[in-house]
Design a protein around this ligand. Structure first.
Ligand code: AHR
Length: 306
């Protein structure tokens, strides 16, 4: 009987497909959409069933999705958190149900024991690189306006920290206006319009946007105000989405710090390793990205859209 049972159990586990629940932030930006598509494509390639929840930038929706995944007894849960706080109770529930949780992209403030690993870039470093470009490429006094990402998200907090850390050492550079535009193109345009009304538009030297999507909205606002984005106002951003490469190729944007959207492969690698008994998984897996300017924008655009 024992042999029969273990045989049955073995054949089940060998045959049963892996089911992963993914609580995604939403579809606020082109970068996010590329990341969601990569998660879906890579799951299909590996024969993994992906249960996908678009949380529309609401943490409450994400928590509900995770609760559903726990009730479904999925093999692993992936969370790309909207904001950093408020995760402990739901992660405890997942842990009690022995379901591993993988955090992608933005960070959370919770005990490390509550998740298996986090796969993410260094957001402070992105802000640092963005500011270094400004320091190196713009001479004299520079008044900067800032479009922040979602309030309470690592991508906004850390990019802001990194950027400020660099410009604090340069008296000639200052941020004169700063407001969230929630990482979306529409809000980016609206908030930039407000900045252009509140300030003398000709006194603004640069826009620092926490993502390309908001920068693209702002470029539109700057054009409509009769100014030349990329020249009168330098455009500095993060992500590296194709639309932004096109904007750089056309001379209306200056620089972006790339954020890698290909998180599918490293995520499923970790899940498959864990499910096959590997416990030697690092708590943080770093992704990296380069700085891109107008110099290579055209070829990068072609490469990314072929
Ligand atoms: O968390 C990463 C950020 O989220 C991306 O830079 C932005 O485009 C997205 O909305």
């Amino acid at each position: 009987t024992f042999t029969m049972m273990s045989l049955l159990l073995f054949s089940h586990s060998a045959m049963a497909e892996t089911v992963v629940g993914f609580a995604q932030v939403g579809s606020e930006s082109g970068w996010r959409t590329n990341f969601s598509n990569d998660m879906r494509d890579e799951a299909t390639r590996r024969g993994i069933t992906l249960k996908f929840a678009d949380s529309q930038q609401q943490q409450a929706n994400q928590i509900r999705a995770v609760r559903t995944f726990i009730a479904m007894r999925v093999d692993a849960i992936v969370v790309a958190p909207v904001v950093e706080t408020g995760w402990t109770p739901i992660l405890r529930q997942a842990q009690r149900s022995n379901i591993p949780v993988i955090i992608l992209d933005r960070n959370i403030r919770a005990d490390e024991d509550l998740y298996l690993t986090r796969i993410a870039s260094d957001f402070v470093e992105e802000g640092v690189k963005a500011a270094e470009w400004l320091v190196d490429n713009v001479q004299g006094e520079c008044r900067v306006v800032e479009l922040q990402g979602t309030v309470g998200s690592t991508a906004a907090i850390d990019r802001g920290t990194g950027f400020n850390r660099v410009i604090d050492a340069h008296d000639r550079i200052s941020i004169v206006r700063s407001q969230t535009a929630e990482f979306t193109r529409n809000r980016g345009k609206e908030v930039m319009e407000n900045f252009l009304r509140a300030e003398d538009p000709r006194s603004i030297c640069a826009l620092w946007a926490h993502n390309d999507e908001m920068a693209l909205g702002a470029i539109q606002a700057i054009r409509e105000a009769g100014l030349r984005p990329g020249q009168d106002i330098r455009i500095i951003s993060v992500d590296g989405i194709p639309d932004y490469f096109l904007a750089m190729a056309n001379g209306v944007a200056n620089v972006t710090v790339e954020l890698d959207p290909h998180l599918g492969a490293p995520t499923y690698d970790v899940i498959q390793r864990y499910l096959s008994g590997d416990t030697d998984i690092p708590k943080l897996i770093r992704t990296t990205g380069d700085v891109f300017t107008q110099a290579t924008a055209e070829e990068e655009y072609q490469r990314r859209t072929q």
